[in-house]
Ligand binder design. Structure first.
Ligand code: GLU
Length: 457
């Protein structure tokens, strides 16, 4: 069997790190099992779905390193859902109901006041043809419920009916179909709720593994019953835990600051996000993985915690630094070119500065310092200024290399009697305008003799 997974966002907002986590779990599962990854836009809610989110979600996934083999839009697949509806009707397991939301709410309250579970009592099943015609003549339109297979002959006498599955994350799971209401699959206006299109697509697209958040665990019982009613075996399921903010709140698509787009904007590397999203709340320690392949080696659905994991954005910054410190030049090359680093110096420049970066775009600042000089006039005492001036008189002729800094400062040390911080610090300040930064042995050949002399205080 070819492993086929899907990531099924509703395009009603930008995806955040929690959504990306579901996408990554699916992607890595496919990667590890040489499977296929389907991107499915759950856009049957025409009023809330927007093309701009469809576009942004695709961009975000691509940027994260997730590349769908197939992309589908539910809004283009209504024929499939209509066929599924017909099949369920023909099997007698989809029945019309006419209660208004107010009537349903009243039924619920009555059941609760009798300390009974608020499960729909299937009253609409008692309607005969004449009753239905009368209701429709009054202008009522039906919504359609799926008759759950939780009874032996009499639908008004449901009995405990366990639906079991071996969850890839949570182990053995059970949902009692007698504890849930027959789900509404089609609304009065003919629009579909999420359940039917999702299951019909999972069948039609040959999904073998459904990996999604554990907020869907209860749905799974109903969905497995629906798979069977549609003549199909249910796929395997894995429900991962959800992420919360540091204060324990759930992430929402409105949590703009944690959207993938805004993290990208702030310079965070995709693999920092992927590493944290996948390894948080697992038995593996969270560390920076340089590639999806490396991350895949550490990915194990069954090692994911069953309770919610707290997400701390500070951890992203830490992982980001580690990734940059180890990032080979080849990987940074195009981005350095894009921020104006000259190609002939780019590799030496990258190796010099990468250890000092929080985010890659900060390299632009170091490039300005290297190529154009300090951002502000260096602050030096009169004494230090005199020292720097005399030190500049000892600058050796070019060519310069990484040994030049040592040979120059050795000469200056002998000539001036300065050593340690008193020797190095004023030179660093004069050359970069800053008290800390990359190794000067690396920066000096990049600045070059002419560049250094232009910084004479
Ligand atoms: N569109 C659904 C959601 O975002 C998909 C759930 C599923 O994976 O089945 O919750």
């Amino acid at each position: 069997m070819t492993v086929t997974v899907r990531f099924a966002p509703s395009p009603t907002g930008n995806i955040h790190i929690g959504n990306a986590r579901t996408a990554l779990f699916n992607w890595l599962y496919a990667l590890k099992n040489r499977g296929r990854f389907i991107l499915r836009f759950d856009d049957t809610d025409v009023a809330r779905s927007r093309q701009e989110y469809v576009d942004q979600i695709q961009k975000d996934l691509h940027w994260l390193g997730i590349h769908a083999d197939v992309m589908v839009h539910q809004s283009a697949r209504f024929d499939t859902y209509a066929a599924a509806v017909e099949r369920l009707k023909a099997a007698g397991v989809l029945y019309p109901c006419y209660e208004t939301p107010e009537e349903l709410e009243l039924k619920r309250k009555i059941l609760l006041s009798r300390r009974l579970p608020p499960v729909y009592g299937r009253e609409a099943l008692k309607l005969n043809e004449a009753d239905r015609a009368k209701l429709e003549a009054e202008g009522r339109k039906p919504h359609w419920r799926f008759l759950l297979p939780n009874f032996d002959g009499d639908p008004f006498a449901p009995r405990r009916t366990d639906i079991d599955w071996d969850d890839l994350v949570r182990g053995h799971e059970t949902v009692d179909l007698a504890s849930v209401s027959d789900p509404v699959l089609v609304r009065e206006d003919g629009s579909y709720l999420y359940t039917l299109p999702s299951v019909a697509d999972d069948i039609d697209l040959g999904i073998s593994h459904i990996i999604r958040g554990d907020d869907h665990v209860t749905n799974t019982g109903v969905q497995i019953a629906l798979f069977r009613a549609l003549g199909s075996e249910a796929p395997a399921f894995g429900h991962h835990n959800l992420l919360t903010t540091a204060s324990g709140e759930g992430l929402s698509k409105r949590t703009g600051a944690l959207s993938i787009a805004s993290l990208k904007e702030s310079g965070i590397e995709p693999m920092a996000i992927a590493s944290l999203a996948v390894l948080i709340g697992t038995s593996e320690s969270v560390s920076a993985m340089p590639s999806m392949e490396a991350l895949a080696e550490h990915f194990d659905l069954s090692a994911t915690s069953k309770s919610a994991s707290k997400f701390d954005p500070v951890e992203l910054t830490v992982l980001n630094k580690v990734l940059l410190h180890q990032m080979p030049f080849e990987e940074a090359r195009n981005r350095l070119h894009a921020i104006g680093v000259s190609d002939d110096k780019a590799e030496a420049f990258w190796l010099a500065v990468r250890g000092n970066l929080d985010v890659l775009p900060d390299a632009a600042r170091w490039w300005r310092i290297v190529s154009a000089g300090p951002e502000a006039l260096p602050e030096l005492s009169d004494e230090d200024r005199d020292f720097v001036r005399s030190a500049f008189d000892f600058l050796p002729p070019e060519p310069w290399d990484r040994g030049t800094w040592k040979s120059w400062t050795d000469t200056v040390k002998q000539a001036t009697d300065r050593k340690g911080r008193a020797l190095y610090h004023p030179l660093r300040v004069a050359l970069t305008g800053l008290s800390a930064g990359p190794e000067l042995s690396d920066l000096l050949p990049l600045i070059g003799r002419e560049g250094v002399l232009a910084r004479r205080p």
